[in-house]
Design a protein around this ligand. Sequence first.
Ligand code: NDP
Length: 479
Amino acid sequence: MKELRNYIAGAWQSPVKNQWLDNPEPATGKVYSRLPDSTAEDVQMAVDAAKKAFPIWSAMSVEERSHIMLAIAQEMKLSFESLAEAESKDQGKPIHLSKVMDIPRAIQNIEFFATEILHMASESHGTKGVLNYTVHAPIGIVGCISPWNLPLYLFTWKIAPALATGNCVIAKPSELTPLTATMFAELCMKAGLPPGVLNILHGNGKNVGSAIVEHPDIRAISFTGGTVTGEHIASKAAPMFKKLSLELGGKNPSIIFADCDMQEVVQQAVRSAFTNQGEICLCGSRILIEDSVYEVFRDAFIQKVKQLNIGDPFEDGTNLGALVSKSHWEKVLSYIQLAKEEGGTILCGGSPVHPQGRCQDGWFIEPTVIEGLGNDCRTNQEEIFGPVVTLQRFSSEEEAIALANGTKYGLAANVWTQHLAKAHRIAHALDFGIVWINCWLIRDLRTPFGGMKDSGVGREGGFEALRFFTETKNVCVKF
Ligand code: NDP
């Protein structure tokens, strides 16, 4: 059985307390590796290593840091196939998706911030006899905590801007998906990242996650995960005056107007609902459809959903793989049961799947479409984070906006209409950090990324991320 280790001070380390966690493969339900169940003692070791590394890393020129990060990206390219295989085995997603989305994007994250840092400028403000200029200095040691749905993709999305700006990082991937982060550490060693600049600790949130959040020498926390966890982290970090970036849950609407390109919408709505088994914070899980095209959309959508293949992530042609864990699988099934109790009609799916062969004990669920529920029920208010979507009708722009905005979340919305003015009107009225018009999940890494309301605090991406990982200082010179 594979044994993963923590990566501290540029070397592999077993957990101080010698406690371990099992890591099962979601597609088979069988344990295939174990990982450290790290504690505050391991965090202290990582902080000590980061303290030693900080003067070296922060003193390097941006060109030198950029050069090392580009070397890491190059190593990732050389390990592309094995990273993609590891991601699918660990997370349950189709291998095709790892190859077209997760691993390319993880590489792009490193390349993007390695080069963006070369273009980060500081401001100056001149007036008579006085010059103010602003310095963006690294914070020091920062913590990055990432979830299991897009493991290496979101892990690198956080650590890349942190490293580029000259910080040393203590990072924790989800305990459910530790594999690619561990492989990433190996590639960092090969690429010549100085020891202690990046330290990767495995283990569960309650132990090692909390110890990272509460360590007084870790001065900023960048977290992506559930809203309840985000609230808990904020309650611990805010009284310590740490910088906080929180990317949290969503309950995203797809808003479909009668004047849309229906063929394109049906195709994209299936993608937005079920990519990665619906385990993407940006997935459209509430589909709102204008009355006059409700039946047309519903019938075409159901027909397409029924064509999706569920099964072994390593088989060609699989569209939906396994859900990440048994407990998450049970949670999603319990929401399907809840939807029935709330009066919803299951139009397709709704059941667990047990594929024949090696995956018969894996955690699979049919893509599920539900209609007949009001916006206020729990099914339409709570994040399910699985292959489950609901359909609702609306009869006016005002009603569409009210339904879309009618949850505590505000992460992402997608809107489908050929009417230009209407598209802009709706986009401005929506309380979401990201609005896609006639598309879904097109990402330009320079744009601000993040949610409103209970979907988070702060923005990632582009210069927003570089600014988050720096302290801003103004210097005023009289001459
Ligand atoms: P969790 O909130 O359960 O966990 C996220 C990370 O936080 C994990 O590494 C977890 O560790 C860790 N963690 C848990 N408890 C604590 C704690 N008390 N202190 C510090 N760290 C802790 O989320 P999931 O992993 O279940 O991810 C799914 C959620 O992430 C969904 O709600 C989804 O919407 C959201 N998400 C948001 C995105 C966005 O950009 N807004 C993008 C992707 C996902 P461990 O797993 O070991 O317990």
